[in-house]
Design a protein around this ligand. Sequence first.
Ligand code: PGA
Length: 251
Amino acid sequence: MRRQIVAANWKMNGSSELVQQLVPAVREAVSALDNGPQVVIMPPSLYLGEVKAQLADSSISIGVQNVAQWQSGAYTGEIAAAMAADAGCQYVLVGHSERRELFGETDEVVAAKVSRILASGLQAMVCVGETLEERDSGDAEAVVCRQLEGALAGVSADEAVNIVIAYEPVWAIGTGKTATAEDAQAMHQAIRDKLVGLGLPGNAMSVLYGGSVKPDNAAALFMKPDIDGGLIGGASLKAEDFIAICQAVSS
Ligand code: PGA
């Protein structure tokens, strides 16, 4: 059975104060869920230690939002996948559209990072998604398939158990606009077909939806057969909202 996952991407937001307020509340609420999702919190790396301390002995996982494509060495400011593993992470977000757009992360770089992440024994949460222009011109599926092909170039069927896909239409991120549950479902199905076409066990891999997921739209999205949970930005910074989204998966 596929894992249901709800992942919090704090982006460059938060503080020690937020960690102290939000993480214990999420921890308590998640532990009360029956049949709840795997919850993952990905704070800015500087707060990993504090988040980890708050989550000791809980089922919630931690992750980083990015790692370098290199193993180690003279790369000032970068973090290696092996360091994320050493720090107790289980997940690494890779290929987020903000990294692609603002930091020039190409499919080749994403693929190099995926291979470092897998080599470090971590789960890679690989983000894909089209821009509004690409959707309007009818290219959404082709773009997403090309990104999958690029990112997963070196991944074997055995390694795919450590890959999670996050479909995030770029036009839905932080905008308040969400894909309709039907459109998201259609893309998730296309993603699964593409994974199978790449020789990967697409029907056994978790495919998450991201882009303005909120308590009021989460249930409709998560009810769709090919949507296995969500990658949550803005709403992950409010305990109440993030908890409600985790509960929507559970129900
Ligand atoms: P959002 O961000 O929920 O604020 O739209 C999602 C993401 O970028 O991962």
